[in-house]
Each structure stands twice: as structure tokens, then as C-alpha cells.
Design a binder for this molecule. Structure first.
Ligand code: SF4
Length: 479
């Protein structure tokens, strides 16, 4: 998963980009980068680490200009090589361009193979580099037409911002897996800047007004001189979706997006509360307290408490200052990895029958350790309630999930999972209830009539495109 940001027509473009990336830091902590456009030339600063680690005051003297794009990365394709740190930039048909990508191109392996066989040389291993080669191979004269040519063969999740000498482009694939919003930042008099961001929380931080989502299959282009914005609709290609349905990632709502972000017309925190309410109705529990596994479980637990009437309490505390590396103790300290992040409040949980609410269970190892910690702290009972259906299949659209055989829900029945986690009871939100909540408020006008709105592939294994079907099939044959 990654976060992308773009800003036009602002003398503080790179600093605004930096702020935007701060707001999107939860979408990727592995690397960060900004490319600005100054007098027709691209300036690049990027590196490994958090936004606060990569950028300091001295970087901004090398990031002049009124247009900039930025990226925070968590690699799910291609690994953590320096050459994969985005934004990527290249000279394509005489024009220097930079691009930042969120998502995974699921037919990247076959496209890369074809390109390499015809002489293409890749610098890194990220799927995004394929797009640069496809751009270079288009025979069209106008850049925007080259971009359309390059986008059409891609399958999977492709959300982009692209910066050229004359335009900034923003694109969301026809399935609409990842969010991208357009904002407007007012300046002096008639002046204004366009902002593109993965989430509205980034618009809020820079003080921009939300204008609208970039629609699935839409390429939005801004002329950097006039600031005129135009929209091009790309057709859904048959290979991009077998069903022709839109497929927004439902996990953006359940867990990934910041709770203060509005996704496709709905606030993520309110959706999570409603999912928690549904969870309480579907899976009641005899309990004294509802507690959350923070942070993403908190709105779900609040919703569970509201619908069940069981009081909500802060029974687990998250340490927000755990770095990405730490020294392991030489002696065995039980559960230290989980304890490093989460610690029970003994005085709250002791002797209590708890409903413990989390967003999902993947391998089950962390959930089991949390239950163990709560029992050690004196909890009388632990009833696990999960705000999503069981995750039985891997994601190939930019979310880091393990292989199918490592997913606990793939290997075990509900009863077996409950036993393995040492829980007193276990309940998952049914898929119908999830659909009911996320589709309730519509899609802020972005949904094509009569089409399904959300991806549920990690629950039901029905991948939209042949590339993901091949990846998801152990025999390597489309299902
Ligand atoms: S498979 Fe799951 S995590 Fe991946 S895009 Fe679909 S809903 Fe999101």
C-alpha cells in the first residue's frame, strides 16, 4: 500500500507535498520521495524511511518550483530496492516525466517478460517501472495519448499522479481499487492550486477543500499554465474485469484509511462504527466490557458498545513510538513483540468478561498473543469479535497479505480458529452485513449505475481480472 500526493501552481509546492505525505504516512513507512518541477527541469529528493527521516530543511532548497508530486511506499511488489523508491522519473520520447503509483499491477510479470524480450532494460524490480517502458513504446504524439496507450494493457490496481513539463495527470483504474481525491487550495485573489491525494485527511492538513473523487477509469489532467482541468474516460478493458464491475477495496474502509478520511463519500470512522453495530447485532456476547484492539479496532468497538449497550473501556494501550527496529532481549521475554505495541490495563480488565473487537484476523498469531496477555492480566472471559469476514484469500491489489496457506481462516473452521486463539467465543462480521453498510450511503456520485461497488476478493476469492486469477490459483491457470 502507498500514498500519493500532487500539487500544482504553488510556490510552496514541495512543502505542501511534504505535509500531504505526513498525513498519508500510515499508507507506507518504507520510503518517501518528492519530485518538483522547476523551470522545466525535474528536481528529486527521496530515500528510505519515514517522511520525517527522509526530509529536512536542506531538501527543500533542492525542490524548487510550483508543481510537485510525492509518494510514501510500503512495498508489496518488487521489494525494497533503492531503485524502486518513488516517484520514478525518466525521459520518455524527449520529455522528462515523474510518476507516483499506488496499487499493484497484477499482470506485471508477463508484461515485464514481453518488454525484456523486446530489449527493455529495467533499473529496479517494481511493477511501476513497466509503465515507463509502455509510455516509451507508444507511437502517439501527445503525452496524454501515450499515457492512455500505456494504461490500457495494465490489470489490477493503478492509481497514479504523473508530472510532465506542461501537465499534471491523476488516474484511477476502471475497477477503482484505491481512492484518489481532488482538492482545491485557495491562494491570493483568483489564484488557486489543484491538489491530488490518496485520502481527504491530506487535503485537510494543507487546508484544501475537497472537490470530488477521481472516478474509476478516469484520467484527470491539469494544464499547468491555465490550471484548466479536463477529464478523459478510459474504457473498462475486457481483461481488466471479467464482470465489468467496479471494485473499490473494502479494507480501505475497515482498516487502511485514516478514520478522519472520507472515502468515496463516506467517513471511514462512521462506517467503522456502523460495522461495529452490525457486528453486535450479528454476534452478541455475554460480557461486562467492550474493548478495542487499538487503533483501527476502536471505532468498531465503539459501534459494538452502542448497539449492545455494553460499556466501552480502554483496556489495551498502544505504544505509538515503537520504531521499525528494536534490540531483541537476550533472554526470552514472553510476548515481548506484542507487548512492545500493546499492553493491557490490568485494573480495567481484571475479573471482567470482555468483548475484544479487532478489524481482521490474518495469520491469527497476534490475536492469540493478545488474548494471552488479557488472560494474564486477569480477564475472566475473552470473546473475540472481528469487524470483517474471515480473510481466506491473498490480496494482489497492493495490500500485503500472506500466502493462502498461511491464512488461519483458510486452514481452520470457526470452531478450530476459536480453539487455536484460546478465545471463549469468536464471531466475524458476515459479508452481507459488510456490503449492507458500505453500500448504504452510495458512492458520492462516482459509482456507475447497476454495478457492484466493492472488492471482496480476500473473503470470497473471486478476483476481477485474469492476472490476479493466475496469481491466486496454485496451478497458475485462470479460474
Ligand atoms: S482483495 Fe481485499 S485487501 Fe485486496 S483490494 Fe480486494 S478487498 Fe482490498
Amino acid at each position: 500500500m502507498c500514498g500519493i500526493f500532487g500539487v500544482t501552481n504553488n510556490s510552496d509546492a514541495s512543502r505542501l507535498c511534504y505535509l500531504g505525505l505526513f498525513a498519508l504516512q500510515h499508507r507506507g513507512q518504507e520510503s518517501a520521495g518528492i519530485v518538483s518541477l522547476n523551470e522545466g527541469a525535474l528536481q528529486v529528493e527521496k530515500g528510505r524511511g519515514l517522511v520525517s527521516e527522509v526530509f529536512s530543511e536542506k531538501n527543500f532548497s533542492a525542490l524548487q518550483g510550483k508543481q510537485a508530486i510525492g509518494h510514501v511506499r510500503y512495498s508489496t511488489a518488487g521489494g525494497a530496492l533503492d531503485a524502486n523508491i518513488q516517484p520514478l522519473y525518466a525521459r520518455v520520447a524527449g520529455e522528462t516525466i515523474a510518476l507516483a503509483h499506488n496499487g499493484n499491477i497484477v499482470n506485471a510479470d508477463s508484461l515485464r517478460q514481453t518488454l525484456e524480450q523486446s530489449g527493455a532494460i529495467f533499473q529496479g524490480t517494481a511493477d511501476t517501472e513497466i509503465l515507463l517502458h509502455l509510455l516509451a513504446r507508444s507511437r502517439k504524439n501527445q503525452f496524454v495519448d501515450r499515457l492512455v496507450d500505456a494504461l490500457i494493457p495494465l490489470e489490477g490496481a493503478v492509481t497514479l499522479v504523473v508530472l510532465t513539463k506542461t501537465e499534471m495527470h491523476a488516474y484511477v483504474d476502471p475497477c477503482g481499487y484505491r481512492p484518489l481525491v481532488i482538492g482545491k487550495l485557495r491562494g491570493e485573489g483568483e489564484e488557486f492550486s489543484w491538489i491530488f491525494a490518496s485520502e481527504t485527511s491530506a487535503l485537510d492538513l494543507v487546508g484544501a477543500d475537497f472537490v470530488r473523487d477521481v472516478n474509476p477509469g478516469e484520467l484527470v489532467s491539469v494544464d499547468l499554465v491555465s490550471q484548466r482541468l479536463r477529464s478523459t474516460a478510459l474504457p473498462m478493458q475486457s481483461h481488466q474485469s471479467n464482470t465489468g464491475e467496479e471494485s473499490r477495496c473494502v479494507f480501505e474502509h475497515i482498516y487502511f484509511a485514516r478514520p478522519d478520511s472520507t472515502l468515496w463519500g463516506q467517513n471511514a470512522s462512521l462506517v467503522r462504527q456502523e460495522l461495529g453495530q452490525e457486528l453486535a447485532r450479528c454476534h452478541p456476547a455475554p460480557a461486562d466490557l467492550v474493548i478495542a484492539i487499538p487503533d483501527s479496532g476502536t471505532p468498531l468497538a465503539m459501534g459494538y458498545s452502542q448497539a449492545s449497550g455494553i460499556p466501552f473501556a480502554t483496556g489495551l494501550i498502544r505504544n505509538h513510538y515503537v520504531g521499525r527496529t528494536f534490540i531483541e532481549p537476550t533472554q526470552t521475554v514472553r510476548n515481548f513483540r506484542v507487548r512492545l505495541k500493546l499492553n493491557p490495563v490490568k485494573e480495567i480488565v481484571r475479573g471482567k468478561r470482555l468483548v475484544v473487537v479487532d478489524d481482521s484476523i490474518v495469520r491469527g498469531t497476534t490475536s492469540r498473543k493478545i488474548i494471552e496477555l488479557l488472560r494474564e492480566a486477569g480477564a475472566a472471559q475473552v470473546h473475540m469479535r472481528i469487524g470483517s469476514p474471515p480473510v481466506k484469500f491473498p490480496c494482489f491489489y497492493g495490500i500485503d497479505t500472506p500466502k493462502r496457506k498461511e491464512l488461519i481462516a483458510q486452514k481452520m473452521s470457526l470452531v478450530e480458529m476459536c480453539d487455536a486463539l484460546h478465545a471463549d467465543s469468536l464471531g466475524f462480521l458476515p459479508q452481507e452485513a459488510l456490503v449492507r453498510v458500505v453500500e448504504k450511503h452510495g458512492f458520492n456520485g462516482t459509482r456507475n449505475q447497476g454495478k457492484k461497488g466493492f472488492c471482496m476478493s480476500c473473503f470470497d476469492g473471486t478476483y476481477q481480472d485474469s492476472g490476479a486469477q493466475i496469481l491466486g490459483n496454485p496451478e497458475g491457470v485462470p479460474t
